[in-house]
Design a protein around this ligand. Structure first.
Ligand code: ATP
Ligand code: MG
Length: 610
């Protein structure tokens, strides 16, 4: 905000109003005062003139009344009149003429106009007095010098109440007006002085009033910049003082609420940045306003760059959805970002943000990586379908054989035992499968604790091979390649036997009769590697990864015929993992298969334990 210029300030307005009020007051006072004074002075002036003329008129009346001897001894009327009027000085009454009722001038007090004596007067006012027999007066401007002149004419009465003559006088009023002017000058000077003093006082008062306001303004500016540490001074308890108090109060509240907001913001941002879920906030148009690091990580974009971009573009779902509000209606969706070799699924949950009027002000999208979840879910579905399928097959077979038996085949001594044998086989297969499944499920839920013990793997391996050699010696050649000295491992013998049994029986199952099976054990630095190699049908490369999956059989028909369920290697893998080993396959189609696994050796330093 820029500064308020002096010409727009309250200060100037205040001073102007103040001075105008003063001027009006002075004007009113002076008009009244000067008018009154003028009237007073003029009245005084007239009063003094009247008083003097009254005296003169008494003498004049006597002079006119006086009986004069025929011989003309003693002064004539004119001489007597002239002597009376000569007494009147010309300071104020510049001219005092005595005129007889024939309008002839008998005397004047002014030496300069002695020549008018005995001449007839031309003044109308004299004529009027003679006619009306009434005193009259007027104020005129002197044609020569522009002075105000008081003119008065009054009759001189005879004893018989007839008019003997007229006193005509002219008095200069300039003295009165000069006095008035002097008083006016004094008044004007005093007024100017008063106005000047008042203006100065006005400036001081205006300053005093506007100072706290100015302070509050600069404080408001400081507050706008986020600094709530300062307070304004409170100079009193008047309205402005109260305003300053309220202002300080407001400052405190703003500071508190800002601190709260700041605290909330920090909490929110720490929650957002520590969340493993990605969060994207958008405005009501769908433009991104906020995005946490987790979201940036999930969609592989810099959160700062994404601000302002559209959510549908950011999530790359603009071809599936055109309107952001559709997303909210769908609640959540799984977006597949999988690439050829890398699966990546993301779940997005959408919710709307409403203001107090229930209007939509934005959307919140929460993103989570559900690749693993989706994979597990997929596997679970496959597993359930596999189990159902695998159980159904033997059951269907058994059902049809049992139906045949009930339909009468049981009486046939040749067929009945065969049929019963099949159902028995199928039942055993089912039991085996259910046992395997149970074992896997126990291993999944980590219930299956291993009973490990220190075992010399060489002699143990020999024992296992011996058992096979006894049973299959006629059909297969088992070639061993084992080091002579004992190698100690920490294993659960029963479980390890299960692993080896399955691998060796697979080798036998998937090899033609008379094949050679190599059983090799190699010592590494800290582990042993067991490999069982056959010269059988082999496994195509694309299927090699999958043979450790549950229910997976490379060649379904052949395996089924051989009584396999596809769980053997899955269990073997779980067990080898539980022994902290690794299992893998090397195979060439038509040439043979090698299954290899490792087991950690007990280090010579470690005795017992596990
Ligand atoms: P189960 O062992 O449960 O009776 P199975 O032998 O069919 O049944 P796995 O032992 O898990 O199941 O083996 C999975 C699949 O891997 C087999 O069906 C087979 O196709 C393939 N396979 C395993 N070992 C060999 C091998 N030595 N030669 C060729 N294929 C094999
Ligand atoms: Mg098997």
């Amino acid at each position: 905000m820029n500064k308020v210029g002096f010409f727009r300030s309250v200060q100037l307005k205040f001073i102007i109003v103040y001075i105008l009020l003063l001027l009006i007051a002075v004007q009113v006072i002076s008009t009244y005062f000067v008018g009154q004074l003028e009237r007073e002075l003029v009245n005084n002036f007239r009063g003094s003139i009247d008083d003097r003329v009254d005296v003169v008129s008494i003498y004049l009346e006597q002079a006119f009344e006086k009986e004069r001897p025929e011989d003309q001894s003693g002064p004539s009327l004119q001489e007597e009149i002239q002597s009376i009027v000569s007494e009147v000085d010309t300071v104020e009454i510049t001219s005092l003429q005595v005129i007889n009722n024939q309008r002839r001038i008998l005397g004047t007090n002014n030496y300069l106009e002695q020549d008018i004596i005995n001449k007839k007067t031309t003044e109308d006012i004299v004529h009027n007095v003679l006619r009306d027999e009434k005193e009259t007066h007027t104020v005129q401007l002197d044609g020569e010098n522009g002075n105000r002149v008081f003119i008065k004419a009054m009759p001189i009465w005879n004893d018989d109440d007839t008019v003997a003559g007229v006193i005509y006088l002219k008095a200069n009023m300039e003295g009165v007006y000069a006095q008035l002017q002097r008083i006016n000058d004094i008044f004007t000077k005093a007024s100017l002085l008063a106005i000047t003093i008042s203006a100065v006082l006005g400036i001081i008062v205006a300053r005093a009033i506007t100072k706290p306001i100015k302070e509050m303004r600069s404080q408001a500016l400081t507050m706008a910049q986020g600094d709530f540490s300062q307070k304004v001074n409170v100079y009193g308890h008047d309205e402005i003082g109260q305003l300053a108090d309220t202002f300080n109060d407001l400052n405190d509240r703003l500071r508190d609420s800002r601190a709260t907001t700041e605290e909330e913001r920090r909490k929110l941002s720490s929650v957002l940045s520590n969340m493993s879920e990605g969060v994207i906030a958008t405005d009501e148009t769908g433009a991104v306003t906020l995005m946490n690091d987790a979201a940036g990580h999930l969609i592989e974009r810099d959160p700062d760059e994404v601000i302002g971009a559209f959510l549908l573009d950011v999530l790359k779902i603009e071809d599936q959805h055109h309107d952001i509000s559709e997303l909210h209606e769908s609640g959540s969706m799984v977006i597949d970002y999988s690439e050829d070799d890398e699966p990546f699924m993301m779940r997005a949950n959408f919710s709307i943000v409403l203001d107090e009027d229930e209007d939509v002000t934005g959307f919140i999208t929460v993103l989570s990586d559900v690749t693993e979840q989706e994979k597990i879910e997929q596997e679970r579905r496959e597993f359930v379908s596999n189990v159902s399928h695998e159980l159904r097959t033997p059951l269907t077979t058994m059902k049809s054989y049992i139906e045949a038996l009930t339909d009468g085949a049981w009486e046939d001594k040749q067929i009945a035992p065969k049929f019963l044998h099949v159902t028995q086989n199928e039942t055993e297969r089912m039991i085996r499968m259910v046992t395997d499944l149970l074992q896997l499920s126990r291993m999944d839920s980590k219930e299956n604790t291993l009973h490990k013990e220190k075992v010399d793997f060489i002699s143990y391996f020999h024992d296992v091979i011996d058992r096979f050699a006894l049973n299959a010696a006629d059909h297969f050649t088992l070639k061993r390649q084992l080091p002579p000295s004992p190698l100690y491992v920490w294993i659960d013998k029963d479980k390890m036997t299960q692993v080896l049994d399955n691998i060796i029986s697979n080798a036998i199952k998937y090899s033609p009769e008379g094949g050679v099976i190599h059983l090799v054990l190699k010592k590494q630095k800290r582990s042993v590697t067991v490999s069982i190699k056959d010269e059988g049908i082999g496994i195509p490369p694309e299927k090699q990864d999958k043979i450790f999956d549950r229910f997976y059989r490379a060649d379904r028909a052949r395996s089924r015929k051989l009584g396999g369920t596809g769980l053997g290697l899955a269990i073997a893998k779980e067990l080898v993992d539980a022994h902290h080993g690794k299992i893998w396959v090397e195979s060439k189609e038509g040439k043979g298969t090698t299954i290899l696994f490792t087991l950690p050796l007990i280090s010579p330093k470690r005795r017992g334990g596990g």
